[in-house]
Design a protein around this ligand. Sequence first.
Ligand code: ZN
Length: 311
Amino acid sequence: MSATAVPDSTVIAHTDPFVLSRRAAMLGAASLLALPAVGQQTKTKPLPPPPTLWPQALPVPGGVARLSLGPAAKRPVAHVRQGDADVPLLVVGDVIEWTAVVGIPLAATPGEAHITVLLDGGGTRQVPYTIAPKQYKEQHLKVPPRTVDLSPEDQARYERERDHQLQVMATFTDQPGGTALPSLRMRVPVPGRRSSSFGLRRVFNGQPRNPHSGMDIAAATGTPIVAPLAGRVIDVGDYFFNGGTVWLDHGQGLLSMVCHLSSMDVRVGDVLQAGDAFCKVGATGRVTGPHLHWGVMLNRTMVDPALFVPA
Ligand code: ZN
């Protein structure tokens, strides 16, 4: 890595202003207009799931695929190849039908993909799916060079923190005692205007950065943040880019992170119920103002939190 800080896609830099540019907002409106009208879906586009299924399926980069694994006496074990690792997948359901819920990396290439399911008697089978293309907005910013280049000390700190975060992200725990998770419908952790900037590609001084991999919610410093889903605290820290940060483990590789906190009222190992307040909005780390950055991770992949909450 050069002296220029190009954060890993799994660690989020926050030098972007919360408010999108007028041009980006217009691009957003244009892409909405480009959506097919209801009834025009082709065979390759699955119909949206009934609203009782969470997260919603959206098999695009940064989205979620829901793949039926059929019936089985116990929860099947499935994984997906990411880089040079076989990453375990979240599987929900019951003996009638199991479903693998697969996070698709923002950097994924659209086209054919598959997961691998372990068979009871040994061996494996593959379950194919198609990643549809999605064009995310792009934002070009000209900023003084000093604000994008890290000092050697900051660069070293960032790299240490990135390595630690990668370990946190690899957390995979089974649901205690159960074969199926309760609903994966999440609560929005804090009330406020939500950005639609997930996947936004930012280019600073002509250098592409990793895309924005969470949802920003406008809220004042000190506003309480609640757990989006029951979970266990697996990391509490103060990081260069993300500031005060707490990670929650919701089971089977479904994690959420909240960043830029002004206070963190939990410790690693604490167990939270959905709706429990556990930290407060702030403006710590590299941010331009107070807001909550909320990230949701499946199989070590940041996916769009909007798929987990009602609009
Ligand atoms: Zn953010």
